[in-house]
Design a protein around this ligand. Structure first.
Ligand code: PLP
Length: 370
């Protein structure tokens, strides 16, 4: 008998989510008006200690909206890590601006702040630090560069809801913080996203651009070209229930990471497997528990295929942006390239048992021997 397949990241949806969605449907408010939207915005902002939330239809829209609201436009440069999901770079392109890539930091996999400083030019308008796989970037250093060079900081916190930098939750540390609520993220609304900010003027601009750029006081009057990036009340109904359980959901992710640390200890010692870091100033949200394969053996793509044969769903790390056709620059980023060649995301979702984690660890040991 083939054993049950272990998925990468299953969502956790329960009776509270179902009840809220039924309530939203019965209310008749199924589009982007309705009581769940402001409740979801207020709830997530409060959790992250931000003043305002602006809910949108997905995390990519949140990034685009944040950059647009911050005034990023053609001829601007925006500094982003090369090791990230493609949406970070795409959102910059949507503004007509140019993403400028930064090397990864070997200690936490986020952007290398020394390289960041070197990439800033007179055209640079914004920095987008990405809290990769749940580990926060060194935000004090990022913010110091931004202050010195008068740059906007848009956090891509899509993978790190609940993570903390020196005791403060990510997503509220720069000018705007962006989240995704895709099905495999820390919380989900099916598809969904949100921008957080403390700045009332930015909040207003985000809300304006989200809703066709329509004047709040004069219907069908549009001073600017906006977007329809609104979230539905049905999605927000799910989101409200998820936010209420957010502390437990973050703890569940961290518990899985702890199990991996125990189950993989032997491979770390004997084979030089690398575990996902958690630096002294960080609380990692462990969106996806991840490992770095030993440098002398099979690469990430091969190990992912062997794990799939054993019924374990895993993923290789993102291809660094500077290696993808739309962004190929001919540059080299040795740390990002090395992490990408050796990094594997392991099953990390809700409902994963300790036994399942041990099965993944055994499958990984076997895949490394093969
Ligand atoms: C998931 C993700 C996004 C995009 O979110 P969507 O909701 O899928 O649009 C952006 N950036 C990073 C780093 C992500 O992991």
């Amino acid at each position: 008998m083939t054993p049950h397949r272990i998925p990468l990241a299953r969502p956790d949806l329960g009776p509270a989510e179902v009840a809220n969605v039924l309530d939203a449907i019965n209310s008749g408010w199924i589009s982007s008006l309705g009581a769940y939207i402001p409740r979801f915005e207020t709830g997530l902002a409060a959790f992250c200690a931000a003043r305002f939330g602006v809910a949108v239809m997905n995390g990519t829209a949140a990034l685009h909206l944040a950059l647009a609201a911050a005034g990023v436009g053609p001829d601007d440069e925006v500094v982003v890590p090369t090791l990230t999901f493609v949406a970070t770079a795409n959102a910059v392109r949507y503004c007509g601006a140019r993403p400028v890539f930064v090397e990864a930091d070997r200690t936490h996999w986020g952007l290398d702040v020394r390289d960041l400083e070197a990439r800033v030019t007179d055209r640079t308008r914004a920095i987008v630090p990405v809290h990769l796989y749940g580990h926060p970037c060194d935000m004090d250093a990022v913010l110091a560069v931004a202050r010195r060079r008068n740059l906007v900081v848009i956090e891509d916190a899509a993978e790190a809801l609940g993570a903390e930098y020196r005791g403060r939750r990510v997503g509220a540390l720069g000018h705007v913080g962006c989240f995704s609520f895709y099905g495999n993220k820390i919380i989900t609304t099916g598809e969904g996203g949100m921008c957080l900010t403390d700045d009332p003027a930015l909040r207003e601009r985000l809300a304006l651009l989200r809703d066709h750029g329509m004047d709040a006081k004069r219907r069908y009057w549009h001073e600017v070209v906006g977007f329809n990036y609104r979230m539905t009340n049905l999605q927000a109904a799910v989101g409200v229930a998820q936010v209420e359980r957010l502390p437990q959901l973050v703890e569940a992710r961290r518990r899985v990471a702890g199990w991996y640390a125990e189950s993989l200890a032997d491979l770390v010692r004997r084979r030089g497997l690398g575990l996902q870091p958690e630096l002294p100033w960080a609380k990692n949200a462990f969106w996806l528990s991840s490992v770095l394969l030993p440098p002398d053996g099979a690469g990430a793509a091969e190990i992912v295929a062997r794990l799939a044969d054993a019924g374990v769903e895993s993923r290789p790390f993102f291809h660094p942006m500077h290696t993808l056709p739309p962004y190929a620059t001919g540059e080299r980023f040795p740390v990002a390239e090395d992490l990408a060649a050796r990094g594997v995301n392991l099953p990390s979702g809700y409902g994963l048992t300790r036994d399942a984690v041990e099965r993944v660890a055994r499958a990984l040991a076997h895949a490394l021997e093969a």
